[in-house]
Write a protein that binds this ligand. Structure first.
Ligand code: C2O
Ligand code: CU
Ligand code: CU
Length: 476
């Protein structure tokens, strides 16, 4: 029943607006399009619509919602007429959106059709070591693996990506990234836009370096190992400079920074919008903003009231027009809810909690946390399941003036302090990745509810692979 409903919605999106659905993309048929971030001579901007990944509901078999995910090689037309070799889940680039419900048993059957090993990590999922996709999770070429889990956490936009040792950065860069829309009763009952492709849009932002022939290769120079791999072509859902048709009223953008290393500042050229969600869930109240900064790995859900926009407006990313917003004849929701969800208050007496310090450093010699690089054979510490701690995270890079987005697996935490102050409102919800600019110190409150070996790392993927990672064991 549910499935049919969703298909009607997608069909509706196709016929009533011109937003395209990224289904069955075994060969790209020219519906992906391009312009460039700083090489606008390659292609024309805002000629083609935003691609919408297919949203999957899976099949329920014996009470388990089951999905098939195949990791494949493909060709993708970033630049008109040029075919780029890419990786994708169930298609040439990116992946589908898995629509999951809180508390429901989920099974994912993964087939690796690549010529190299991979793993799938469920970024933001509060999951134990055995299903997290990091340790002993390698899926060899031409083999299959099934993973079963239950996400018992608030509704959120999560994502999944590869996490094999030393291959995470290259595999993400070549295109592997998909989304999870986790819903719960509260998110379904709220009066916010939720019609996929009509007023609710996924926005996966990435930047890649393409040659004029569309070649995309992953290699890193010494400087790129230090600063991370970024590129001159900015893309949204695998498309350079797309447009979307939007109704008159509220639209919801579920924005994911899926880049290897680039921070994005997102704005409407001075106009207000409202942040309603962070990495791990909806915020308690919408937060009025003029700029949203997202570091690699972070997500932000925003509402835009298109009534304040011109017929044609733009979403800007790092001060460049990145997405054209075209108002159509339809009408959407108009009132922004005052309150969204209850988020537990942070207790005033945290004094008796243990504090752990993590100092992240990049030097010309490499990347470390607390002066040691990641060692797969060693635990950095152990904790007890069911306990809470405070982590004090510091960006300790002195010479290298760069941000480090700090990510923890198997948990959603709360930011309790940023540089000695209460964090901004939009950072007070559930987080799994927190950005630290040079010199920043952030304190988070973390609860251990999973078990096994859990990693934490910088989400600049070149830093992660260069050693800015650690692991701890949660003992039962
Ligand atoms: Cu999104 Cu360990 O990663
Ligand atoms: Cu993760
Ligand atoms: Cu870093």
């Amino acid at each position: 029943m549910k499935k049919i409903l969703i298909e009607v919605v997608i069909f509706g999106a196709l016929t009533t607006s011109h937003n395209q659905i990224l289904a069955n993309m075994n060969h790209s048929s020219g519906h992906n399009h391009n312009t460039t971030f700083n090489q606008a001579t390659f292609v024309k901007e805002f000629q083609k619509s935003l691609l919408l990944p297919p949203i999957l509901n899976g099949k329920v078999q014996n009470g388990v919602r089951t999905f098939d995910l195949s990791v494949t090689k493909g060709k993708w037309e970033f630049i008109d007429g040029k075919f780029t070799e890419t990786y994708g889940y169930n298609g040439p680039i990116l992946g589908p959106i898995l629509s999951l419900k809180k508390g429901e048993k989920t099974k994912i059957n993964i087939t690796n059709n690549l010529a190299e090993e991979t793993t799938v990590h469920w970024h933001g999922g509060i999951l134990s070591q055995n299903v997290d996709g990091v340790h002993n999770a390698n899926i060899q070429p031409n083999t299959k693996k099934s993973v079963e889990f239950i996400l018992n956490q608030p509704a959120a936009t999560l994502w999944f990506h590869p996490h094999p040792m030393h291959k995470t950065a290259s595999q993400v860069y070549k295109g592997l990234a998909g989304l999870i829309y986790l819903e719960d009763e509260q998110s379904q009952n709220l009066n916010i836009p939720k019609t996929y492709g009509v007023d609710d849009f996924p926005i996966i932002i990435q930047d890649k370096k393409l040659t004029k022939d569309g070649e995309l290769t992953y290699s890193t120079t010494h400087m790129e190992k230090i600063h991370g791999k970024s590129g001159g072509h900015l893309m949204i859902n695998g498309v350079i400079s797309p447009y979307i048709d939007i109704p008159n009223g509220l639209i919801r953008l579920r924005i994911v920074n899926g880049s290897n290393a680039t921070n994005y500042d997102i704005d409407l050229n001075g106009k207000d919008f409202y942040q309603i969600g962070s990495d791990g869930g909806l915020l308690s109240n919408p937060v009025t903003m003029k700029n949203l900064s997202l570091a690699p790995g972070e997500r932000g859900e925003i509402l835009i009231d298109s009534n304040i926009l011109n017929k044609k407006s733009y979403l800007y990313i790092n001060q460049k027009k990145a997405l054209e917003l075209r108002k159509n004849e339809k009408f959407g929701l108009t009132s922004i809810p005052k309150a969204l969800v209850e988020i537990p208050k942070i207790s005033k007496n945290l004094e008796n909690l243990k504090t752990r310090v993590f100092t992240l450093k990049t030097t010309s010699k490499g990347n470390t946390i607390n002066n040691i690089p990641y060692n797969m054979e060693k635990l950095n510490f152990e904790v007890q399941k069911g306990t809470q701690e405070i982590w004090e995270i510091k960006n300790g890079s002195k010479m290298m003036d760069m941000p480090h987005p700090f990510h923890v697996h198997g948990a959603q935490f709360r930011v309790i302090e940023r540089n000695g102050k209460t964090p901004p409102l939009n950072e007070q919800g559930w987080k799994d990745t927190v950005n630290l600019n040079a010199g920043d110190t952030v304190k988070i409150l973390i609860s251990y509810t999973t078990d096994g070996i859990t990693v934490y790392h910088c989400h600049i993927l070149e830093h992660e692979e260069g050693g800015m990672m650690g692991q701890f064991q949660i003992n039962n």
